[in-house]
Write a protein that binds this ligand. Structure first.
Ligand code: FES
Length: 353
């Protein structure tokens, strides 16, 4: 039975076919309801149903408790509507995707600290309490307390996981107190406190167009998180990732990227070195782009790296025919800790989720 999903309090309506879950119908219409496992296990997609009926399907008790069910909640990744109208409490007045309110001082333990490339440390952190909810592409602030170095922004390099683990890539900057503290002082087993999530370099699950991602150095982190989420979700259009490092020794994540390329036929990855000649690509991405992708009409372009890298890549993408409104950027530069947005702050996301 064809159904309409009505989002309250906006009253906006979304069609839902009988084969779709509620989450799939919402995503198809461009509503980025938070989700993670898509299998009834994490509870991320929990919504209160105001009226109408649905089949919940098999979900785990830890994701949807008896009290949740009694209060009218359901897990939308597994729910199929069984009435002509299903009204959901979507929670936002204009039914835009919700931005998670940032939290301060969230305790994590460093479960792994690995040198993964020359000058780049990978930190894997697990939360001690509730996990931090974030959209792929967002970042947290990590720093010491008291006399320790000030918090600095680091993007999550992975899509959200049910256990809340986050992965950060930290490049060592000789002038940067916090990166040196992370490289030289922090150790596995240490407890750290993070704040976040912040940022609007996130995805739009309704995107259905070819994607080009350009990453310089540890700008790869938010691109990895976006790609991780999109590929896991079954994003079908072509996705191309061009990654630039100075030398072979500075290339991060070769194993993971090779795995993704073999696992997902729609993904192509190219690595270029800017200070070393190889049999592969050499030179800066802005100079390579016109040769590699002379026609970017209709593409969505995601760029992350240093401000100069981002500016040069964006200019090159425009020369290749990408539209300015379809270019999304994340620059890494010194900045103060962001002010906490209002809890009800809404977000218009950039494409790719
Ligand atoms: S996305 Fe995990 S329970 Fe729905």
């Amino acid at each position: 039975m064809a159904t309409v999903i009505r989002l309250q309090p906006s009253g906006k309506e979304v069609p839902c076919s009988e084969t779709q879950t509620v989450l799939e119908a919402l995503e198809h219409a461009g509503y980025a309801l938070p989700n993670n496992c898509r299998a009834g296990a994490c509870g991320e997609c929990k919504c209160r149903v105001l009226s109408g009926t649905f089949e919940q399907g098999f979900v785990m008790d830890m994701a949807l408790s008896g009290e949740d069910r009694a209060a009218g909640f359901g897990l939308m990744c597994m729910a199929k509507a069984t009435s002509s109208v299903l009204e959901l409490d979507y929670g936002t007045a204009d039914a835009q995707p919700k931005l998670y309110p940032p939290r301060e001082g969230v305790p994590f333990v460093i479960i792994d600290k690995l040198m993964r490339a020359l000058g780049v440390v990978e930190l894997r952190l697990r939360p001690l309490a509730d996990r931090l909810r974030y959209w792929p592409g967002q970042y947290i602030m990590l720093g010491g307390q008291g006399e320790a170095p000030p918090p600095r922004p680091y993007s999550m390099a992975n899509a959200p996981r049910p256990d809340g683990e986050i992965t950060l890539l930290v490049a060592r900057h000789e002038g940067g107190q916090t990166s040196k503290w992370i490289h030289d002082v922090l150790a596995e087993g240490d407890e750290v406190f993070v704040s976040g999530p912040y940022g609007t370099f996130i995805g739009d699950v309704s995107l259905d167009a070819p994607v080009l991602c350009l990453a310089g150095g540890t700008g790869l982190a938010p691109i990895l998180a976006l790609a991780d989420a999109a590929l896991r979700r079954g994003f079908a259009p072509p996705v191309t990732l061009v990654y630039s490092a100075r030398t072979e020794a500075e290339v991060y994540g070769r194993g993971l990227l090779t795995y993704w390329e073999r696992r997902y036929p729609n993904l192509t990855i190219k690595t270029t070195l800017t200070r070393q000649r190889t049999d592969g690509y050499s030179g800066r991405i802005p100079q390579l782009l016109e040769r590699l992708y002379p026609d970017l009409a209709g593409h969505r372009v995601f760029i992350a790296g240093s401000p100069q890298f981002v500016a040069d890549c964006a200019a090159a993408a425009l020369r290749c025919g990408a539209e300015a409104r379809h270019i999304f950027t994340e620059s890494y530069f010194p900045r103060a800790a962001p002010a906490l947005p209002e809890p009800s702050r809404l977000l218009s996301p950039s494409p790719l989720g």
